[in-house]
Design a protein around this ligand. Sequence first.
Ligand code: AMP
Ligand code: ZN
Length: 465
Amino acid sequence: MSPRSLALYDNCTRSLREFEPLRPESVGLYTCGPTVYDYQHIGNYRTFLFEDVLKRVLEWNGYRVEHVMNVTDVGHLVSDADTGEDKMEKGARRTGRSAWEIAALYTGAFLEDIQRLNFEAPTVLCRATDHIREQIEFIADIEKNGFTYQTSDGIYFDTSKQPDYGYLARLDRAGLDAGHRVDLGEKRSATDFALWKFSPPGEKRQMEWESPWGKGFPGWHIECSAMAQKYLGDFFDIHCGGEDHIAVHHTNEIAQTEARVGTRFANFWMHGYFLLCNDAKMAKSAGEFLRIQALIDRGYDPLAYRYLCLTAHYRSQLNFTWDALDAAVTALDRMRNGVFQLGEPGEVDASYLERFTAEINDDLNMPRALALAWELLRGGLPDATRKATLLAFDRVFGLGLSTWQPAVETVPAAIRALAEARAAARHAKQWAEADRLRRELHAAGWEMEDRAEGYTLKRQRVHES
Ligand code: AMP
Ligand code: ZN
């Protein structure tokens, strides 16, 4: 497919801009990855899913994507103000394992989940702890360029040295400073942040390294500046993360890279908006959160969650409810069955492909792209054309439509007998008896749906609504 006009919303200019790659051979994409002190929740996966869709849309447009994702396994402190414990050390205490063990455990869980959600694997997955040398070199250069100062607990970035600091988030720096005047500690401005933290005196941290400034560990933001530069160069195409990254993490990544390199960092800054639960942000720190495994335990296919995310634009928040997930299950089921029944694929329909491209190239408008898929599925084109075109769409949706097959569920004999008895009662117009048998099936955990001919039996999903 030849490249055509692709509009993406850039949070730095706060506008839709036409995407033009900086280099002909590939698009450089950096996405901030998981902090592996705990499992990721389905909110985290909403952001990662938006990034997966972005990557697929770039590929749809004919670009090769060099996708770099980091794994934060050190330095992300409990508070964004660079105070409090390292989340990794806290996670280690919570679980009774070492910080290194939990990093391995939760990275493994993350990799398993992204397969379940049918993500394309990143080209490079890089751990912060594997890049300590690069981070130290980065900080040394920033220091040489005059952007740092030392306090009793670390090396800090002096944001007052950068007139443009905070532009991405349109930060009100004076206002922030005024609000923090009393609790700044040794920091000179509220927006200054740690590049290197010293290990507390007399305390042996599980994760610590020697450096020119003393034993310690890197601040959270420096890993992304260092690894993005190492793998994608000084200036690359697109940098992504969740909306919470705008004000602090990405703002500080930009400051560091500009202080070292002297130029812009990424051409586009894109952010996925939050998944809410009962209208509040789903957060690991809140303790109560849903994992992909929790959905599976309740009988849900993780791809139904993928479908649910596709129904909302990535730049609007999405409130998670079980009813919404149930609706996604039904829709995905219908789409899978519908596509399956179309038989062998033939030629794609060029006009539908063009309309699809227009929707996804309009800042990844997946809700409209899905609506187009439904129009095509229900429309009058020959089966083989619809099949081929829908499978092409699925290169972006990532719903696994090409490999899906109806499951042959083994129904226990007793359940089958109940269902047969109910079908017979219905046939004999014994409605009260038919209802009673349906309730009995329900109590046994099965749902019976009547069809024009016969019926289907499905195991119920369980969840508290
Ligand atoms: P973390 O593991 O905390 O570093 O977060 C991983 C990614 O998930 C980051 O890009 C966050 O911005 C994003 N994120 C965190 N909470 C949510 C949420 N409730 N909805 C969507 N994305 C989120
Ligand atoms: Zn980052």
